[in-house]
Design a protein. Sequence first.
Length: 322
Amino acid sequence: MTHDLLLGNQQLLDRLDALLAQDRLPHCFLISGPVGSGKKPLSRLICAAYLCTAPQGRPCLHCPQCRKVLSGTHPDVVVVDQPDKQTVPVALVRQACADAYIRPNEGARKIYLFPRAHDLNPQGQNTLLKILEEPPAYGVFLLLTDNPDRILPTVRSRCATLSLSPLPVTTILGELQRRFPQADPSACRTAAEQSGGFLGPAITALQATPSTSHTTSFGAVYAARDRLALLQLTTGLERLSHEQLQDTLQQWLELLCAALRSRAGIPSGSEADAIARSHTEQELSEGIDTLRCALEYCHFYVSAGHIMGMLAARLSPPHRGR
Ligand SMILES: [Zn+2]
């Protein structure tokens, strides 16, 4: 199966290929992974694999069926969601289940895609369960989730589970550089290191620049316990817009949390590891509390100048030997 659409996860794609070659693709998949891990591209590949009309090498991604799947216009791929609602309405699930007994329009299969299956309440999931237990021969159900624990065990047991895996930092970094050739290399590296191995969060982090570069500076200054440089950095940020300030503080908070994880022995990226080496757990916890407090101030529209002044004073532990 092609992996241009989905980064990494070769083992998972090979498994799908083997099932496809034997014509044994299950009728229900639970596709799980965090936000930005590739659940949607994977579900598109699976839809195309089911509907592709190429004699071999399915999905070919070129035939009319594949092209309609990729452009989101295939009449036999039905997305079951109402994004403005917190929970996927039960009525919508019922409607999809009833519709599933009407034969496909033009494809060999009719596919129902649930982009946030964990947001189906138990009633919705039980409604879905009935059709999963006795699906029409052409029916396929793809349940996407970033929280598989919220899927009822009875529903889970009906599905083949596909879990997306985190990728090596180098893979993420390579993809960021390919997609954003103009981006600052150190910002790309930081985004890749903080991504947890998933492309979506890496892109979000990279696009948060210029605050990303402020975070790189903060990481270096904080790791060095350099009070003067911290004061200069915070003074320089007093003119940030309210939104930029919140983004920046959130990134600083995430960096210190990563440093705390690093102290617990979990590698968390070179910046976080450097901070972990120069700070005690208590200092990091106090730093995290200070940043949380600053973020709370943001909600009350305290000025950036006041917040940065508070940070300069409270985030500067006395210099000590390594
Ligand atoms: Zn095709």
